[in-house]
Design a protein around this ligand. Structure first.
Ligand code: XMP
Length: 525
């Protein structure tokens, strides 16, 4: 699918929309999240998006994100100059402010004193961007360049020790610049600043709620599907379940779901999923297919993580295709793709460039010859959870930790075999029990066990042992894009470790992963 299409086919029926042009900052998504928390519908577009497209989409305002480059660099990304002639308010953040300065005739130069981390900014009274804020804010800065001369029409509305022009505005044209990051939680009243830009300056009313999303999405799905038939792959997780329920709410029995047991699920999970969906409370039509053996035989002898993912993805398509064609003909394929998948898969530049293949996005539709329906592709994970609640899913289910599509295969380093799956399942169940018992489950984005491809020496009774090592991974995160390792209590780690070594045959050592993302990832692969 062409890049522009991926970015533009999002359901914002009739809402005032702010657009963030992405210059590659690791914080770009946060800008959109913060504004959406304020009920302002916000989308991220590539930095080179044309002024015509922004006009067609009736942008209420634009935000130029930060970015890793300096505006003076040869390859520094630049937006089209026409976006400054659209007559809509523009807020430049960090690199965005520097670029705006450069493109509108000001001067940006390397600063003698760079600012990274906390800084104090003194605000000028009188700007509607800073209405009712403290005079002095602790902010999060990360820039090596400074504004040496503002473009004509601007004046400074904030200064810090190292940056005499830390914020600026041109009230006539409604252009604003901030050298610090209001989207980051370390910036005091940062959300208020973004909110003021949206409401005071762009005149957004904050009309985007989950109820309104649901209403719009149902209309859109009905329009797209007409009297066609839709098939949806259910993984048992939150995203695909919410997508299926939403579609079912829109078109009822025109939807059929397929659940493929790939043999890579956690202990007892396939049975629980089957139970849950056959109890009928969800009122979905589901076909169950046990393909465990097929997946395992495809994975025999495979050590390379990307190869594993590819084979799992391919096998999934094969099985799915078999089941679907056995049960009739379908016109549409529904997927629970989320906004971060969309951004990660098509990112233009910067740290959100694709790191590994997520099989949710790409691949599937080409071969299957279905039209795609992805009703969640505009939503972040926590928004999907709220939508799930809106659709009547129970809280316990909605707040489950995410589980990757390729399942335990990405948590078994080296070959995936029945014996190794067995060890990991037993271990993972202990980790889950202890984390839940301790009350940490909801605080964590994910907590799980990983089976390492090495054995180490131990001693049990009087016997020397030479057995497997398990790593425990527990992270806190908002959306999985960045994550910090969880400071679990020692006692919890101690109990979990000793239970694993005592109860799981074949494991004699447990380690705890203390790396954050970046530079690590959450899954080990
Ligand atoms: P990483 O390991 O890239 O993971 O830091 C980020 C988040 O994505 C999940 N993940 C996946 N989810 N299919 C999925 O549905 C996948 O192939 C996949 N790979 C990683 C991971 O569990 C974490 O929450």
């Amino acid at each position: 699918m062409p890049l522009q299409e991926l970015f533009t086919h999002l359901p914002n029926v009739g809402h005032q929309t702010l657009f963030v042009l992405d210059f590659g900052s690791q914080y770009t998504q946060l800008i959109a999240r913060r504004l959406r928390e304020l009920k302002i519908y916000t989308e991220i577009l590539p930095f080179h998006t044309s002024p015509e497209e922004l006009r067609d989409r009736q942008a209420a305002g634009l935000i130029l994100s930060g970015g890793p480059m300096s505006v003076g660099d040869d390859l520094a990304p630049r937006c089209q100059s026409g976006i400054f002639d659209l007559g809509v308010p523009v807020l430049g953040i960090c690199y965005g402010m520097q670029l705006m300065t450069d493109m509108l005739g000001g001067v940006v130069e390397p600063a003698k004193e760079k600012e990274f981390g906390h800084a104090i900014v003194n605000l000028e009274a009188g700007s509607s961007l800073f209405e009712n804020l403290a005079d002095e804010l602790r902010v999060w800065a990360s820039h090596g360049d400074r504004i040496a001369k503002m473009p004509e029409g601007f004046h400074s509305i904030g200064m810090s020790v190292n940056a005499p022009i830390a914020a600026m505005e041109d009230q006539n044209r409604q252009f604003y610049g901030l050298l610090f990051h209001p989207e980051v939680v370390h910036t005091e009243q940062g959300s208020d600043i973004l909110g003021h830009f949206a409401s005071n300056i762009c005149k957004c009313e904050g009309d985007w709620t989950m109820a309104s999303f649901l209403h719009d999405a149902i209309i859109k799905i009905r329009e797209q599907v007409g009297d066609g038939r839709v098939v949806c792959g259910l993984s048992g997780g939150v995203d695909s379940t919410v997508a299926a329920l939403l579609i079912s709410r829109a078109i009822g029995k025109q939807l059929t779901c397929i659940f493929v047991d790939n043999g890579l699920l956690r202990q007892d999970e396939a049975r629980q999923i089957e139970d849950r969906f056959t109890r009928g409370e969800l009122d979905l039509e589901i076909l169950f297919e046990n393909a465990s053996e097929r997946f395992l035989s495809e994975l025999t002898g495979v050590l390379d993580p990307e190869e594993k993912r590819k084979r799992i993805g391919r096998t999934f398509i094969d099985v799915f295709e078999d089941v679907a064609t056995r049960h009739g003909s379908y016109d549409f394929l529904a997927q629970g793709t989320l906004y971060p998948d969309v951004i990660e898969s098509v990112s233009v530049i910067g740290p959100s460039a694709p790191i590994k293949s997520h099989h949710n996005v790409g691949g599937l539709p080409d071969r299957l010859n279905f039209e795609l329906i992805e009703p969640l592709r505009a939503l972040f994970k926590d928004e999907v959870r709220r939508l799930g609640e809106e659709l009547g899913l129970d809280e316990l289910f909605v707040w489950r930790q995410p589980f990757p599509g390729p399942g335990l295969a990405v948590r078994i380093l080296g070959e995936v075999t029945e014996a190794r799956l067995h060890i990991l399942r037993e271990t993972d169940a202990i980790v889950a029990q202890e984390i839940r018992r301790s009350g940490w489950y909801r605080r964590l984005w994910q907590s799980f066990a990983v089976l390492l491809p090495i054995q180490t020496v131990g001693v049990m009774g009087d016997e020397r042992t030479y057995e497997h090592v398990i790593a425990i991974r527990a992270v806190e995160s908002l959306d999985g894009m960045t994550a910090d390792w969880a400071r679990l209590p020692e006692e919890l780690l101690a109990v979990t470790s000793s239970r694993i070594v005592n109860e799981v045959r074949g494991v004699n050592r447990v380690v705890y992963d203390i790396s954050s993302k970046p530079p690590s990832t959450i899954e080990w692969e």
